[in-house]
Design a protein. Sequence first.
Length: 221
Amino acid sequence: IRDFLIAPSILSADFARLGEEVDNVLASGADIVHFDVMDNHYVPNLTIGPMVCEALRKHGVTAPIDAHLMVKPVDRLIGDFIDAGATYITFHPEASDHIDRSLQLIRDGGCKAGLVFNPATPLSFLDHVMDKVDMILLMSVNPGFGGQAFLPGTLDKLRAARQRIDASGRAIRLEIDGGVKVDNIAEIAAAGADTFVAGSAIFKAANAADPHRYDSVLRDF
Ligand code: DX5
Ligand code: ZN
């Protein structure tokens, strides 16, 4: 049996009260903080960077922070996120000129490294780096925005990624990101995912006036 982790994407949180939002989802049972970094170049949106990651650590967040870099180039920001206290650092292979080097940079910095696959990016990017990957993140939407619908073709890709992980014999996490909801998470888990990013399903579902606003949402997950 696999251990399942829930990773709320703070992309859908209230950025004006970010520390409180993160405290609340963690207190309600979330496992990992999914931290979406967008640069208005690799993806058509602009979000948060290493200073905000560092601010969450200073605020007292001790849970793993899963920095999903949707930026190009990636290497300089990798160093900044290592210094800012990220736990996982994942990047898109198309955004790195030297995939092996970027993975090595992350691991040399003491962080866990991952590759992210857009819906049309083939898993063959894993062929020669499987021993340097701690996480595989499959995008089930095209990256850039929260609140999009889960692309069903991702289920077959999850099964293929799960086979690669099992064949490697390594404890690589298989994360899914985009359109994950309470009503499709069981099917996604059955296809092989063990780490579930959910943004709008968690942060938009809650009543902002309720101090325990994320309890019932996370219980459903
Ligand atoms: C999209 C981001 C996701 C996004 C998911 O580019 O990587 O993490 O926040 O949002 P939902 O869960 O709303 O699809
Ligand atoms: Zn993400």
